[in-house]
Design a binder for this molecule. Structure first.
Ligand SMILES: Cc1cc2nc3c(=O)[nH]c(=O)nc-3n(C[C@H](O)[C@H](O)[C@H](O)COP(=O)(O)OP(=O)(O)OC[C@H]3O[C@@H](n4cnc5c(N)ncnc54)[C@H](O)[C@@H]3O)c2cc1C
Length: 702
């Protein structure tokens, strides 16, 4: 229908839907200060422009239309009123502002009649003029000469393809797990493309959203590209730049950014042949052909387009024997968030959003963290725009209330994301559905490819009575567990992997591995498995059924159930949790570490009043031994330590000082010593400074 001539016309910025009609797609605009919002396009039918200025009016978005004949044309503007009292904008055609105000009447997306304008044949400029900086939105402009009003969105579904990219492995979705999959495959020589709908890589971990990368990061690639800052910190931009640089440097890897995949094309055997995507920055339709694909979209979009089996919502407890699941299945998921911050300007800054105040449920706030969460009871895909908007109302309303306090006169909104941070939606089904007991009972999977030690972190919306946008979490801990390879390939699409939060799991099963570093391990495993698929000319499932998973574990490195880490051959390890071997004096605290990477399940931190931790070293015969140390990586430890370690052997004491904050999470050598049976190692907390941690030590005969 309206997109018949879209492909050629898109390049000009406008398309002739049919004689007497000119379509201006939202992605044909130079957005100026508006944002091109593609996150809900599968649901509402197109991209749109969002005037996300947090109360400061956005610079005009501009496009050029090619008018085929002179005469009177009726202008239609696609918009919606997202809240009563804000979101208005004007439209300028050929330098003249139309009479109407848009975005203030209908609550659902629809075409608003902008009246008739007299236009000359040739090109004219169109501008969207934001009235208030509060999320006004426009999904296109259409000029009609003697015809009917347009119906429905300016869809691109039937648009012609402008460009084709051919590759061996294509990953859709550029969160950290997508990036690790891409790097792992590319570094094994596989021609790889990663397609990401944002201009930056990182997904929730990017500076567009600012989620802290937590969980075990056992593979080097994860450490290379994870974020380095805590929730909400603007410095995430630095991690983004690092990630982008690493990807750009990779010879076999093409990053296709600002490009949203919207369809999958299949081969006769049911496998995926190619995907179609909108490059919304260049306004082009791109086809990406590949032999193997990976869904890293978080929402399972690629699997959904391809017809992969998926689930969404909470399973009934009885289905998988899950204690933390509800008795009856329902459609609830973890909710979505906008983590926002404010800053202090050096002069008074006006801010008032009275229309939002009633949506703040009485909360006055200057910032909002992970618990500003909504949508647990909504479908975060079908109602994603509503969920995001409800959170925007909470932010603007509570900030507007806080601004009434004269002490907050200089406060200004520093950062409010417009990209919704989602925790859970579709989960694609593999040959194994990872579940609560896999975490709680630490099932020793023969095909383990990743490990985690985060709690089963489930969220509930019963935090504050009468407030629907603040949640609470309950977090039972179980220590280290493993995730099997069978959970990262689709059970019914033969060439599809899935990594990130859409891997194969139950709602409760996702509760622990859903942290970024742990999910990014799945990415590394998928990338390495892709290399094996090419080596053996086989499908993802064959890596398991034909026994190649042992080779996959070799490629990944480290220890797995029933397979000790070959790099630690000949090492004798002692850990703070080993009974009758380590003796603590004074005040120490055993802790689970949010990012894992410790030896064993936990480690022990010196508290005020800690005296010493004495280890019996596992030495059987006298000799010269390298002494290795490992403590968990902790994002909270920012200052160097000076930890006094005393080695007692042959009646002599050797004292060394070590900075435990160096190479946290990795084994490092701290010296070579003559040791004998009965030698001991003591952390002398009283003579140490900074964060002092008792975790793992190893001796290796030289
Ligand atoms: C508020 C909040 C707080 C959290 N706190 C923590 C925490 O403290 N620590 C932690 O480790 N984890 C935390 N999490 C969980 C963690 O952020 C997610 O589990 C993780 O980011 C999932 O990674 P992902 O790559 O699967 O998805 P995402 O990070 O969502 O990345 C997927 C990417 O794919 C893109 N995409 C989607 N569809 C398409 C398409 N069709 N075409 C192209 N690209 C597409 C998306 O834009 C996105 O950039 C939190 C989550 C939220 C929401």
């Amino acid at each position: 229908m309206k997109n018949l001539l879209l492909a050629s016309a898109l390049i000009l910025g406008s398309s002739l839907g049919f004689a007497g009609r000119v379509d201006i797609h939202p992605q044909a605009f130079d957005p100026g200060g508006w944002k091109v919002d593609v996150q809900f396009m599968d649901v509402m039918g197109s991209a749109y422009l969002l005037a996300h200025g947090n109360g400061i009016r956005c610079l005009d978005a501009k496009a050029v239309a090619n008018i085929p004949e002179s005469g009177e044309w009726r202008v239609y503007v696609r918009s919606r009123s997202w809240v009563e009292g804000a979101g208005a904008f004007k439209v300028k055609v050929g330098g003249k502002i139309l009479d109407g105000t848009f975005g203030v009447t209908q609550s659902e997306w629809a075409w608003e009649d902008g009246g008739v304008v007299a236009l000359e044949k040739g090109t004219i400029g169109i501008s969207l003029v934001d009235c208030d900086g509060f999320a006004g939105r426009c999904a296109g402009v259409v000029f009609v000469k003697d015809g009917d009003a347009p119906e429905g969105p300016l869809s691109i579904e039937s648009a012609n393809v402008d460009e084709t990219i051919e590759t061996d492995f294509a990953i859709v979705g550029g969160g950290v797990p997508g990036v690790t999959a891409a790097l792992a495959a590319a570094r094994r020589g596989v021609k790889t493309a990663i397609i990401q709908d944002r201009p930056v890589l990182g997904g929730n971990a990017s500076a567009e959203i600012r989620v802290w990368s937590a969980g075990e990061a056992r593979y080097d690639i994860v450490r290379e590209v994870r974020g380095w800052f805590m929730n909400g910190e603007g410095d995430m931009k630095v991690s983004d730049l690092n990630r982008m640089r690493i990807v750009q440097d990779e010879e076999n890897l093409t990053a296709v950014l600002s490009t949203r995949v919207f369809a999958a094309e299949k081969n006769p055997d049911g496998s995926i042949a190619s995907v179609k995507a909108l490059d919304w920055k260049r306004n082009k339709i791109v086809r990406i052909k590949a032999k193997l694909f990976c869904d890293a979209t978080g929402d399972g979009w690629l699997g959904y387009y391809a017809g992969a089996d998926w689930r969404m919502g909470r399973e009934a407890g009885a289905e998988f024997g899950e204690k933390y699941a509800p008795e009856k299945a329902d459609s609830q998921t973890l909710g979505a968030s906008l983590m926002w911050t404010s800053a202090e300007a050096n002069t008074d800054m006006p801010f008032s959003a009275p229309w939002a105040e009633k949506h703040a449920c009485g909360i006055k706030a200057l910032q909002g963290g992970w618990d500003w969460e909504y949508g647990i009871r909504n479908d975060v895909i079908a109602e994603g725009e509503h969920v995001r908007d409800r959170l925007l109302l909470a932010v603007y309303g509570s900030f507007s209330l806080a601004k009434k306090d004269p002490g907050n006169a200089r406060k200004i909104l520093r950062f409010v994301p417009f990209v919704l941070a989602k925790r859970e939606s579709r989960r694609l089904m593999g040959d194994w559905i990872f579940k609560e007991s896999d975490v709680a009972e630490k099932r020793p999977f023969e095909d383990a490819i990743a490990s985690g030690s985060w709690s089963i972190d489930l969220h509930y919306d019963d935090a504050i009575k009468g407030v629907d946008f603040i949640t609470t979490c309950r977090q039972p801990h179980f220590g280290r567990y493993y995730i099997p390879y069978r959970s990262i390939y689709s059970r019914n699409i033969p060439n599809l992997f899935m990594v990130g939060r859409c891997f194969s799991c139950t709602h409760v099963g996702l509760g622990s591995p859903r942290v970024i570093n742990t999910l990014a391990q799945l990415g590394v495993a998928a990338g390495e498995a892709v290399a094996l698929c090419f080596k053996y000319d086989c499908k993802p499932r064959d890596i398991y059924t034909k026994g190649h998973y042992r080779e996959l574990q070799d490629l990944l490195g480290g220890e797995f159930p029933g397979r000790p880490d070959p790099r630690l051959k000949g090492w004798a390890i002692v850990d703070d949790e080993t009974p009758d071997v380590v003796f603590f004096k004074g005040n120490w605290e055993r802790k689970h570490n949010p990012n894992g990477e410790q030896v064993g399940d936990e480690s022990t931190f010196a508290k005020k009043g800690a005296i010493s931790a004495e280890y019996k070293l596992p030495v059987e015969r006298p000799g010269r031994y390298a002494l290795k140390m490992r403590v968990p990586y902790s994002p909270f430890v920012k200052h160097p330590s000076s930890t006094q370690i005393e080695i007692m052997s042959n009646g002599a004491k050797k004292i060394i000082k070590v900075d435990q904050t160096e190479k946290m999470g990795e084994w490092r050598e701290i010296g070579v010593f003559e040791l004998e049976k009965g030698s001991t190692l003591t952390i002398n907390a009283k003579e140490s400074k900074g964060t002092i941690i008792a975790d793992g030590f190893a001796v290796v005969l030289q």
